[in-house]
Ligand binder design. Structure first.
Ligand code: 5AD
Ligand code: SF4
Length: 443
């Protein structure tokens, strides 16, 4: 019998949707072995910290959390502390953990999540620490369970890794080269999810537009969307993230042809200046990006858009930054994620000598966020009076009479209604547009 049965676990997740989904897989594997999830880590027998390398201060936050686990271990010597995720693919992080955080029992990487239960069994049976971090691997492990965060929507990985090597980014080093799942494995997973009441899937990959799945023939990303669109019972398809350099006309046509593909796209631009984009190795320029936006808007009227923007990339001048501001105005994003450029050890941009002083970065960041918020508020205000189809996701965190859900365009809507509506798509009239969400009433 598994030594894991009856154990209580707690997962702390940092970072992107990929990481959220990896945590769902870890939870799924532990649940399958008779473990239960607890929300307070002080009540747990096992804590797993799933780390991210992208965000600013990621190291600080991670090591701070790791420090807190020491107290639990002191009270309970059987307690098992585990760390995984992108940070573990970096040797200098592993060295620090070993030197300064000796209470960590298991270190594993991004390429061997499926091995975690076995590593855990080993720790319980041998009472030894284990570390298993693999550089990369060719094959994709299929059929892992997942404990979903939401009952009616689910993430589905379609590919892993990234080949793009944007000069600021650590992901190609921590997640390895691009590998696409087989189309039939993805379709099978989505069919099973739909049978389990899932209405919406979000296809995940660092660069979904370069999906190449090998079956009887080679499938590109658009082929996959067309096939998913035919699955009965599935209502909505979303995807992220898209690299502008690989966004094909065929995919734009899929927005037109596939009624389940939501009219929303997250299209990271990173910067508005072609000079900066070149130094970032993004492989498109300002004009090409704007041309893509124009094509999308023309083919898919009303499509909503969000983006990622980095402020203060090495060598960014005031003029370059103003080009970012003007691009934001020109596109009119519905929302945007903004990042202060931060050095990632081992990436080319970390070696660039013209790093931008912190105070200038912050000053630009604040100007950009103000502009984006102003744009979001204006876009959302224009929804007042419209009737939107909202897929109800759950109760609002604010109170238990308010439901929350998303429009096709990915806008969050709060409205009053009975909890029986969770999982269904309802018509909601928008009565208020705020910066980050809409308020509505059932019609
Ligand atoms: N500094 C700041 N932002 C970064 N991103 C990736 N690497 C860095 C970095 N070194 C941002 C990009 C990417 C998003 C997920 O994180 O905007 O699209
Ligand atoms: Fe990082 Fe660029 Fe790959 Fe995105 S496309 S994961 S930013 S290297």
């Amino acid at each position: 019998m598994s030594r894991l049965k009856g154990k209580k676990y707690n997962i702390i997740t940092f970072g992107c949707q990929m990481n959220e989904h990896d945590s769902e897989t870890i939870a799924g594997m532990l649940t399958e072995r008779g473990c239960t999830e607890v929300l307070d880590r002080r009540d747990s027998d096992i804590t797993i910290i799933n780390t991210c390398s992208i965000r600013e201060n990621a190291d600080k936050r991670f090591f701070g959390t790791l420090g807190q686990l020491k107290k639990i271990k002191e009270k309970n010597p059987d307690y098992v502390a585990c760390v995984c995720g992108c940070m573990m693919q970096q040797q200098h992080i592993i060295d620090t953990i070993k030197a300064k955080y000796p209470w960590v029992d298991i270190i594993f990487g991004t390429h061997n999540i499926h091995r975690f239960p076995e590593l855990l069994e080993n720790v319980y049976s041998e009472r030894q620490k284990v570390m298993e971090v693999l550089p990369d691997r060719e094959e994709i492990v299929e059929g892992l369970p997942a404990k979903r965060l939401f009952k009616h929507k689910s993430f589905v990985n379609i590919m892993y890794g990234c080949n793009n090597f944007c000069t600021y980014c650590i992901v190609p080093y921590t997640r390895g080269r691009e590998k696409s799942r087989k189309p039939e494995d993805i379709l099978e997973e989505v069919r099973k999810l739909v049978a389990d009441d899932v209405k919406e899937v979000t296809l995940l990959g660092q660069n979904v537009n370069s999906y190449r799945g090998i079956s009887d023939k080679e499938w590109d990303f658009a082929d996959l969307i067309y096939a998913l669109n035919d699955i009965e019972g599935l209502e909505r398809i979303r995807f992220m993230t898209s690299h502008p350099k690989d966004l094909s006309d065929k995919l734009i046509q899929a927005f037109v042809d596939c009624e389940k593909l939501c009219n929303y796209i997250h299209l990271p631009v990173q910067a508005g200046s072609s000079r900066v984009l070149k130094r970032m190795n993004r492989k498109y320029d300002r004009e090409k990006y704007l041309e893509l936006v124009r094509k999308l808007r023309e083919a898919v009227p009303g499509i909503t858009m969000s983006t990622d923007i980095i402020v203060g990339f090495p060598g960014e001048t005031e003029e370059d930054f103003e080009e970012t501001l003007s691009l934001v105005k020109e596109v009119g994003y519905d929302s945007a994620f903004t990042f202060l450029y931060s050095v990632r050890k081992g990436t080319p941009a970390a070696e660039y000598e013209d790093q931008i002083p912190e105070d200038i970065k912050h000053e630009r960041f604040n100007r950009l966020v103000d502009l984006i918020n102003e744009g979001s508020a204006a876009k959302n205000a224009a929804y007042v009076g419209r009737i939107e189809k909202v897929l109800v996701e759950g109760m609002s965190k604010k109170n238990d009479e308010t439901l929350t859900g998303r429009t096709e365009g990915f806008k969050l809507v709060d409205f009053e209604g009975p909890k029986e509506l969770i999982g269904s798509t309802v018509d909601v009239e928008i009565i208020e547009g705020k910066t980050f969400s809409l308020t509505g009433k059932l019609v």
